[in-house]
Design a protein around this ligand. Sequence first.
Ligand SMILES: [Zn+2]
Length: 351
Amino acid sequence: MNNVFRWASLVGVLVAVVLGLCLPQMAEARSGHSHELNYFQSSRVKIAGANALRIEIGMTGDEPKYTVNEYLLRRQLVIDLSNTGKGKVKRQITMKNDFAKQVQITEAGGKTRVTIDLTKAPVPGTYRISTLPADRRAKKPARILVEIFEKSSAMVSNTPGVKGKTIVLDPGHGGSDSGAVGPTGVKEKDVALAVGRKVQKLLANSGAQVIMTRTTDVDVYAPNASGAQELQARCNVANRNPGTALFVSIHCNAFSSPAANGMETYYCAGSQKGYELANLLNEELARAGGLFNRGVKTANYYVLRHTNMPASLIELGFVTNYHEEKLLQSDAYQTKLANAIVRGIARYFKG
Ligand SMILES: [Zn+2]
């Protein structure tokens, strides 16, 4: 075959492949979607005694399939309804309430996207999404139901498995020691304390006995003490309480290059229990935080070597990375990570 023929046949194959991929979708677009939006209603309701906003978006046909993405920093919930056209529903609905500012409806690639601009970040536990079949008596079509709660149930919920356990939480650094500092000035000691206090609250709500190495912005031993003095003081908090079942130290990572990113958890080499804990914390943090997972690692960290119980040190993310610094200082993201840490600890006790 000469070159011209070879190219011609290659182009022919490409055209066939592209047409093959596109034609079914083009045909579907012509014949319409299996759902078209035809109903929108929002109302203030009480759910479990608390105020909530309920948004109902109805459509022709059966209940739709959907996917949800939560954007903490943008304070948006984005719901994609597959095989759905935006129908006759208004494209932009402005709202005046404490929960949401507006709902936007857009259509692309056979999907309809519902973007809800919220007044607070969509942390898990602050909203619920479900579908309902058509209700002929109420004259309502099949609907997707979005309910947004006043308070995060994530901060009051009860996690089974930790009741009665004594857990020492160690928010890294503090006082005279800022730890790492991000490009816009976010300090590791503040992030570690904020996340630590949220974990404390969640665990305490679930009946655990939580001991903190610090609950404010202080040095645990003394200002400007040596590293060993400061870190031994943290280990002492755990070691002096014979009932301590776990020690978890919370940190943020740092590197000279702002490109370094991701989350990792550490344990003391040779500690099987420490490994199990670090591994579960890593799984939960990876799932909740969405950062690059640098894995479960061993290291010679002082607090891991000098505590007498299973221990793990968490690096939540890189405070020296612009994107992660922004996330790490966000209250909503901190809550998300705190919930993940609690789930990891609960799973550890379940064995
Ligand atoms: Zn640190």
